[in-house]
Structures are given as structure tokens and as C-alpha cells.
Design a protein around this ligand. Structure first.
Ligand code: HDE
Length: 734
């Protein structure tokens, strides 16, 4: 009665248009049944991939069976004939229960989500390798560090902490920097952050910290933002967090991209050599691209313009062959040195200044491959701090000890099976041999008869020579819940950090604290935070208090230990550790019809020489015709490519377009924001007039560069190496 494979509704891959077209189905006179509307074109749709389509007998469209694409199958491998329509009793009839194709598809879809990470839910990963500069056999027997030039595969996942999986990339937050080394002696996970200290000293407080930082439990907001009462309430009652607060409120909390941030192992770890001798180490990742952050107003706008700013940046850099690199640095010290410090190296709220123990660079990491599938790799990767290899060991840092419990537990919850280690992204790239078996989704069960040890059938067996052995540290002491006295100085290093910043960086810390605390509704919480700041720097407290409209700055809270004036450390500033090149950055060139072709080419050439990307912003995405009649392709339309997406901008317009452009809101914003965000701004003569008309003085400071000839392009790029003209903000302030 019914033709087979009737009623393809391939008219569009989009449900809405499919539905509207299907509701006007033409009637097939012969079978008196409704048929799908014909395709508007036979070029193929998203639904059909690129499969050629042919017209059916009554004008309906069918996929041809002779296309070259592989045949779609069910999960059981059964070829699918129709991926558009469920199996019905007649064209308008109910869907039949026997439709295993539909059921399998929906069943799988219904189970697509897994629990997101309870912290660090939003992340982005990439593959690469770590390469040794020289052997570290004197301090560690870790196999990956033995041979100079040897490369070890790695997977790195960067993340924000507080936001949910679908939140934005640029909230003010700490960034995760987690590295999985697939070594020949097992996986080593170095699960660090872009800030070298942490909020708390004992894992017991972690759930409280995270509860306070995340959205409030009654309202469910704010998401991915610590600017709310609960967070600052907890912080104001937790003096140990003050050092971390200085870092989080600095520009480190709003990095320009993952590529331009440092990474830190945070805790003190141990390395152990073949003789069993142990040293303490702190791990550092130093970006070869240099440090860079954005300014707060820019971050706010980037989140709207491109919520995926950081992930897109990393993806594009790798796809363009501009592989980001970090050098691995170690601070190595022995127990005697550790004891000589007036802070405790087991306290994760403390750093060891690089001036005190220099960072020894031992190798580099290159990220050179994007993931094939976000879920399979970035989402399913399971980092565990307890994944270490022979030659690396833990210290007694109580935060690290608590993490070692937590991560395995969380992976079982997220990935649902103890066999998560068998997933390709988590599986070691060396042999895995033991008698662990079964469990959900076991697919590498041991072969043969032996599944216990000792047995009479065969290996594997333990190896006392090469197997992992914990450093035989002597332990003694009464069993008690206590915070050591050596952890009690909460302010000295916070002060040291603040004092080590440049004037502009100190201003940003003041501004960040002001912004966050201005969102706190309860005055007593604001006051308590300012009272802490009094212990760090009285002027900082006075400025933040004044910005918050406090009549009286509260007295400093009592400090358990006298606050020390430690020497400033240049390494703690971003501005003092910027790049020497504009390599890897991006210039946005705003153009009009009739743009000067020669000038545009000279900018592109100068940028290419520096390793800088140029993107063109025009009235439409169709591009413009340049002065010489050539076509200039556009990467963005005005408004679609605001200046916040670029590290510097150039305004290249034709004289007859100045008037009309000066009335375009998106063009005005482009120019005004670039100036306000302290960027270097280049322009041709007509561009200068446009700047003037929208309220930006084209010769107001050395950051404004006018292009008279092609050589000015080189001058512009050289200026851009400074990244921002910080003086502009300081002058605006005075
Ligand atoms: Fe984590 N942390 N953490 N953490 N952490 C997680 O593990 C936890 C801490 C860090 O990209 C969770 O897989 C406890 C410090 C990163 O997949 C969870 C404590 C540092 C990532 C967890 C800490 C970190 C996590 C959530 C205190 C910096 C993301 C999902 C005792 C050195 C890794 C997951 C990735 C993730 C627990 C403290 C960094 C719940 C209990 C300190 C970079 O297991």
C-alpha cells in the first residue's frame, strides 16, 4: 500500500524549516499520501553531509545510494536506510515500537551528558610533547628526565575554575594548567594553576571555598564570578587567602590567552634520584610567548564579543602552525634550605621568590596538535594528582595530600567506571600489566588463566628494583587536628606581591578589589576585607576604602604574626616580564571602500615578518574594493570584530568615507575602546580625521601612530611590542 522509503523530509537540515516545509506537503495523487516538498537545490544539506541528492518519483528528494560516502550504521553496525524519518504505521500514523534505529539514536542522545567537573568545568585541551634540554639524573630517576632531547607526549588542559561548562572564557578567575605526561614508566599528571599559591592551607576547607566562590545556592547566580557576598564573606573570614587574593585580583586573573600565562605546580614536591637521595622541587611553566593580560573593561566586552576567546585563540594558533611553547623550570632545594626559610615550604599559600631559589630551566613543552574530538579528549581526560612516576614524590603539604584523595573519586563520579584509565586519552602509552579486571566497560581485561598473584601460571610480577617506591621519610608526632604554627604568617608575602607590582598593576589590583567589593551588599563584609588590606598595604586599603565610599577606613585586623617587609621580586609582575616581540598577537585593521592598497599591504608584510596575524574589519563580510581596484577580503564586519578582539588596531579609511563612518556606532566603539584599552592605534591621514571626529586625539600620545608611508608599518609593529601604553591610563587618572 505504501511505497517504501516514502516521505523524505530532506528539505532542510534545520528542524524549523523542515517542519514548515513538511506541513505543506504536496499530495501524491496515485497513493493519496503526503510527500515531502522538493529540495530547494540538489547540492546536499547539512543533514546529508555532502551526499548528492536525486529527485524521487513524485518530486520528493532521496539520497542517492551510489554516493561515495560511507554508509551510516546503527551502533550495532546495521546499515541505515533512512536517517530522516521514524518508522510509522502510515504517513500520519503512530511511531512503531520496533523502530530500533530511532530508539538507539535517541537512547544514545539522552545519555550524552556526563557530570561536569565540580570545579574547572570549562576547559580546553591540546596535545604536544615535552622535550628535555639535558639529563636530570643527578636529582631524579624519573625516566622522562634521563636523556637530553628525548620527547615525551603530553596532553594539557587549561581551564577556568568557578564557571560552569558553558560559561565564558574571561571571567576574573584562576586558570587551571593541567599536564599529563605519557612517560615510559606511566602517566605523570602535574595538575597546576596559573597562580603559584592557593586560597587555603588545608583540604578540609576546599568544599567551603568552592561553595562560596560558585553561584549562590538560593539564586543560582552569579555564575563564573566571585563578585558576590558569599565569596568575600568566606575570604574575609579566612586570612590565609590574602596572598592568593592579591594574585587573583591582579591582571593574572584576566589573561590575554592561555598561551600567555605561566603555570605552577603550586605545592612543593620531591624528586628522588637512583641512589634514593631526595630534593624538594617547585614546578614552573614559563611561556616563551611572554606574559600578557587584558584590561578589565576589555575582558567584560570580550565575553560578549567572543565567549570562546581563549579556546579559539589556542585552536587557531595551533591550526596556523604557531605552536605555543612553555619552558619547564624547577626550583630545587634541600631540607636544610627549606628549614632556613621563615615560612613553611609545605604551606601552599607561600612562594619561594625566584631571587631566593632561582628557577632552573630543564626543558620545553610544545603544543602542536588540537584534539580530534572535544568530548573524547578534553572532557574525558582525567587528571589525578596522585598519578606520579618513580623519581617524583609528594611532600606533606596538607592540601596536596587531600587532593590525592579527591581526584580519583571525582573521576569515578564523572566517568562512571573504574576503567576510565582505559579511555584512549587517559591510557598510558607504556604497557599496563596487572590483574585488575571487569567493571563497567572493561575492554582491556587480562588474557589467559591468571587473574591473581601469586600464581603458578605467569606474570606480571612486582619489581622491587624498578617499581615505584615512596621516599622513606621518617614520620612521627601526635595524631591531632591542628594547623602548624609555621603556617601562621598570612600577610607578609601578600604585601611582597603587591609591592613587586608596577604602579599600573597596583592600580589594577585596587580597581579589581573595588569592583568585586562593590558587588557585595553587606557593608560589614566589605569592611572586613579592607581591614585585611590594611595589613598588606595601608595605601591600598585607603584607596579601595575610598573607592567604596567608606567614611572611615577600618583598623587593621589583628595579625597572628608581625607582617614583614620582604624585598620586592621583579618576577611577580606581568609588565616586567612581557615579550620582546609582537609575535603571536593579532592586529585588527578597520577599512572602508577605497582603502589604500599599498598601505594595507605594507602592514600585512610587516606583521607577517613579526609573526603577527592581521584581520580585516569592513562594513560587510563581503570585503571592500581597494584603491587599486583589488578585492580585500574581510574577516569581520563592523561590530562583529570589535577592537577588544585585537592586540592593536589600525584605521585605514578613504577620505570620502570619514563623515559616514564617524556616525557608525560600531566604528566609534572600535576606536574609542582601542584607545581606552591602552592599545597602539595606527591610522592613515583620513583615519586620523576619523579618530578626531569620534573624540580620540590622533596625536595624543606615543601610542597613536600615523602612517605616511610603508616604513611606518615597521615603526608601528615595533611600538606594538610593548603591548599596551600603560602611561595612557596613569595620565587619565591624574
Ligand atoms: Fe583541584 N580539583 N582540588 N586544585 N584542580 C579538580 O578534579 C580539589 C587544587 C586543579 O583540567 C577536580 O577532575 C581538592 C589546587 C585543576 O581536568 C576535583 C582540592 C590546585 C583542575 C578537584 C583542590 C588545583 C582541578 C574537579 C583541595 C592548583 C582541573 C574535577 C584539597 C595546584 C583539571 C576533576 C582538569 C580539578 C579537587 C585544590 C588545580 C574535584 C579537593 C591547590 C587545574 O577532584
Amino acid at each position: 500500500m505504501f511505497k517504501s522509503a516514502v516521505s523524505f523530509c530532506l528539505a532542510s537540515s534545520f528542524l524549523a524549516s523542515s517542519l514548515s516545509l513538511c506541513s505543506h506537503l504536496p499530495v501524491n495523487a496515485k497513493d493519496d499520501q503526503k510527500m515531502a516538498a522538493p529540495m530547494p537545490s540538489d547540492k546536499g544539506t547539512q543533514a546529508s553531509g555532502n551526499a548528492p541528492l536525486s529527485k524521487g518519483v513524485a518530486g520528493e528528494t532521496h539520497q542517492t545510494s551510489d554516493n561515495k560516502l560511507p554508509t551510516m550504521t546503527t551502533q550495532q553496525g546495521v546499515p541505515i536506510s533512512d536517517d530522516q524519518n521514524s518508522l510509522k504505521a502510515g504517513p500520519n500514523g503512530p511511531v512503531l515500537m520496533e523502530d530500533f534505529v530511532l530508539r538507539n539514536k535517541i537512547f544514545h542522545f539522552d545519555h550524552e551528558r556526563i557530570p561536569e567537573r565540580v570545579v574547572h568545568a570549562r576547559g580546553f585541551g591540546a596535545h604536544g610533547y615535552f622535550e628535555n634540554y639535558k639529563s636530570l639524573s643527578d636529582i631524579t630517576k624519573a625516566d622522562l628526565f634521563q636523556r637530553p632531547g628525548e620527547k615525551t607526549p603530553v596532553f594539557v588542559r587549561f581551564s577556568t575554575v568557578a564557571g560552569n561548562k558553558g560559561s565564558v572564557d574571561l571571567p576574573r578567575d584562576v586558570r587551571g594548567f593541567a599536564t599529563k605526561f605519557y612517560t615510559k614508566e606511566g602517566n605523570w599528571d602535574l595538575v597546576g594553576n596559573n597562580i603559584p599559591v592557593f586560597f587555603i592551607q588545608d583540604g578540609m576547607k576546599f568544599p567551603d571555598l568552592v561553595h562560596a566562590a560558585k553561584d549562590e545556592p538560593d539564586s543560582g547566580f552569579p555564575q563564573a564570578a566571585t563578585a558576590h557576598d558569599n565569596f568575600w564573606d568566606f575570604i574575609s573570614l579566612t586570612p590565609e587567602s590574602m596572598h592568593m587574593i592579591m594574585w587573583a585580583m591582579s591582571d593574572r586573573g584576566i589573561p590575554r590567552s592561555f598561551r600567555f600565562m605561566e603555570g605552577f605546580g603550586v605545592h612543593t614536591f620531591r624528586m628522588v634520584n637512583a641512589e634514593g637521595k631526595s630534593v624538594f622541587v617547585k614546578f614552573h611553566w614559563k611561556p616563551k610567548q611572554g606574559l600578557q593580560s587584558v584590561v578589565w573593561n576589555e575582558a567584560v566586552k570580550i565575553n560578549g564579543a567572543d565567549a570562546d576567546f581563549h579556546r579559539r585563540d589556542l585552536w587557531n594558533a595551533i591550526k596556523n602552525g604557531d605552536f605555543p611553547e612553555w619552558e619547564l623550570g624547577l626550583q630545587i632545594f634541600d631540607e636544610a634550605t627549606a628549614k632556613s626559610f621563615d615560612f613553611d615550604v609545605l604551606d601552599p599559600t607561600k612562594i619561594i621568590p625566584e631571587e631566593v631559589v632561582p628557577v632552573k630551566i630543564v626543558g620545553k613543552m610544545v603544543l602542536n596538535r588540537t584534539v580530534d574530538n572535544f568530548f573524547a579528549e578534553t572532557e574525558q581526560v582525567a587528571f589525578c594528582t596522585q598519578n606520579i612516576v618513580p623519581g617524583v614524590d609528594f611532600s606533606d603539604d596538607p592540601l596536596l595530600q587531600a587532593r590525592n584523595f579527591s581526584y580519583l573519586d571525582t573521576q569515578l563520579k564523572r566517568l562512571g567506571s573504574p576503567n576510565f584509565t582505559q579511555l584512549p586519552i587517559n591510557a598510558p602509552k607504556c604497557p599496563v600489566m596487572n590483574f585488575e579486571q571487569d567493571g563497567h566497560m572493561a575492554f582491556t581485561n587480562p588474557k589467559g588463566r591468571a587473574n591473581y598473584e601469586p600464581n603458578s601460571w605467569g606474570g606480571p610480577r612486582e619489581n622491587p628494583n624498578t617499581g615505584f617506591k615512596s621516599h622513606p621519610q621518617v614520620m612521627s608526632g601526635p595524631k591531632m587536628r591542628i594547623r602548624p604554627e609555621s603556617f601562621a604568617d598570612h600577610y607578609s608575602q601578600a604585601r611582597q606581591f603587591y609591592k613587586s607590582q608596577t604602579e599600573i598593576e597596583q592600580k589594577h589590583i585596587q580597581d579589581a578589589l573595588t569592583f568585586e567589593l562593590s558587588k557585595v551588599q553587606k557593608p560589614s563584609i566589605r569592611e572586613r576585607v579592607v581591614a585585611h588590606l590594611m595589613n598588606i598595604d595601608e595605601q591600598l586599603a585607603a584607596q579601595v576604602g575610598a573607592n567604596l565610599g567608606m567614611d572611615k577606613i577600618p583598623a587593621a585586623l589583628p595579625s597572628a604574626k608581625p607582617v614583614k617587609d620582604l624585598p620586592a621580586s621583579a618576577k611577580l609582575s606581568i609588565v616586567k616580564n612581557g615579550p620582546s616581540s609582537f609575535n603571536g598577537r593579532k592586529i585588527g585593521v578597520l577599512v572602508s571602500e577605497g582603502v589604500d592598497a599599498a598601505l594595507l599591504s605594507s602592514i600585512k608584510a610587516a606583521a607577517e615578518k613579526e609573526g603577527t596575524t592581521v584581520e580585516v574589519v569592513a562594513a560587510t563580510i563581503g570585503g571592500v574594493t581597494a584603491s587599486d581596484g583589488s578585492h580585500v577580503a574581510a574577516d569581520h564586519k563592523y561590530g562583529g570584530g570589535p577592537s577588544v578582539l585585537f592586540d592593536s588596531v589600525v584605521v585605514l579609511v578613504a577620505p570620502d568615507k570619514v563623515d559616514s563612518l564617524s556616525k557608525e556606532p560600531a566604528v566609534k566603539d572600535f576606536i574609542n575602546d582601542a584607545y581606552a584599552h591602552l592599545k597602539f592605534v595606527g591610522c592613515n591621514d583620513a583615519g586620523s580625521s576619523l579618530l578626531d571626529k569620534v573624540g580620540v586625539k590622533p596625536d595624543s600620545d606615543e601610542g597613536m601612530i600615523s602612517f605616511k608611508s610603508g616604513t611606518d608599518s615597521n615603526r608601528f609593529i615595533e611600538a606594538c611590542r610593548k603591548l599596551r601604553l600603560w602611561d595612557r591610563e596613569l595620565k587619565q587618572k591624574s
